[in-house]
Design a protein around this ligand. Structure first.
Ligand code: UDP
Length: 358
């Protein structure tokens, strides 16, 4: 088989690490990097650390509004599809890159495979939710991480080509467990293992308005334990533009650092007392490592993490976040949720079958 995979941002690099290997064991993978994340700390570091093959093509999209990025990606990708002639296009998750791939595959009449299909937060104002819905409705192969995702698709009358495969982030977590465990972790950043909170915040809802940034700062001030905050460049830029960076970065008890690589982040996560996040991937990784998670959003697409007691949704409300952090424990009988660590193999086999059947 000859498939094209499209990646563009940090979580997609993590997901591509195990799947790219599995695809290449069965045929040719043409890897395309959209350039949505171009900062070396969010991109190059991941390719090096996770031994992801060098992209065959880079669209080099870079900064811009989501629509400007989308237009650039679509133009670049259409040209690549016509020269490379892949038998299928593989997209991951729910970003602008995912949507660009889905639209191009549909218009160029290339079969589309969606990794992480079927997730829904039921918040239609989230750009990610819009991207997921459009992508799922254009996909011929829908690779779902959980039974909840399969059910969500059934509610939208999508039943054909739907497969429950498990989660590729579990594959990545297992693949890199030893390498992550050998990192120094908390003490390198002045934290005591088991006694600090790890924070990530980057979504538009938490960073795009002065009110949202003020709520973030209030939340950080109220945290009941020392905290380590690897700040996403987007969040740092928003705080700086709003004239709030100096105030935020001097909050007592909160240590601000730049974004770290996947191995360091995994080590820190496994040592944290709890994680406070608005990230999709981090909610799930906390669950995989059985670290209590407090999600500073009103909704989540990883609903099973909440149902089974791994995760508490608080919104960005200082008092609720502190209370949830103080309460944070995981029930001893909480089940494993994301499969057996072999999702990538299953996905590669299904894509091969899908291509052969057309
Ligand atoms: N991550 C990382 N370094 C950091 C913060 C996060 O390597 O400083 C990893 C994390 O382990 C997870 C992924 O980035 O695999 C999550 O990406 P992000 O939160 O940017 O996106 P989302 O999952 O919300 O789409």
């Amino acid at each position: 088989m000859r498939v094209m995979s499209l990646v563009g941002n940090r979580p997609q690099f993590v997901k591509a690490a195990p799947l790219s290997r599995a695809l290449r064991s069965r045929g040719t993978e043409i890897l395309v990097h959209s350039g949505q994340h171009y900062d070396p700390d969010l991109a190059d570091l991941f390719f090096d650390e996770l031994a992801i093959p060098t992209p065959d093509h880079a669209l080099g999209i870079g900064q811009g509004s989501p629509l400007v990025q989308l237009a650039g990606m679509i133009t670049g990708l259409e040209a690549l599809i016509s020269t490379e002639r892949p038998e299928a296009l593989v997209v991951y998750g729910d970003t602008t890159t995912t949507l660009a791939g889905a639209l191009c595959a549909a218009k160029c009449n290339i079969p589309l495979a969606h990794v992480e299909a079927g997730l829904r937060s039921f918040d239609a104002t989230m750009p990610e939710e819009q991207n997921r819905i459009v992508t799922d409705h254009l996909s011929g192969l829908l690779l779902c991480p959980t039974p909840v995702a399969v059910e969500n698709l059934h509610h939208e009358a999508i039943t054909h080509g739907v497969h429950m495969v498990g989660d590729v982030m579990l594959d990545a977590a297992l693949m890199f467990a030893d390498a992550a465990a050998s990192r120094i972790g908390a003490t390198a950043f002045g934290m005591t293992p088991g006694e600090f909170i790890l924070i990530t915040v980057h979504r538009a809802a938490a960073t795009d308005t002065p009110e949202a940034l003020a709520a973030l700062i209030e939340m950080l001030r109220a945290l009941p334990f020392p905290a380590l905050f690897p700040v996403h460049p987007r969040t740092r830029a928003k705080l700086t533009d709003a004239g709030l960076w100096d105030e935020a970065s001097q909050i007592p008890g909160v240590t601000f650092i730049g974004p770290v690589g996947y191995l360091d982040f995994t080590r820190l996560l496994t040592q944290a007392r709890a994680v406070v996040t608005d990230s999709g991937g981090v909610q799930k990784e906390a669950c995989l490592h059985r670290i209590p998670c407090v999600t500073v959003r009103e909704t989540t697409e990883w609903t099973e993490t909440v149902t089974h007691g791994y995760n508490t949704l608080t919104g960005m409300h200082a008092g609720s976040v502190s209370a949830a952090v103080l309460d944070a424990t995981i029930p001893a009988d909480a089940p494993r949720l994301y499969g057996d660590g072999r999702a990538s193999e299953r996905i590669a086999a299904l894509i091969e079958e899908f291509v052969a059947s057309r």
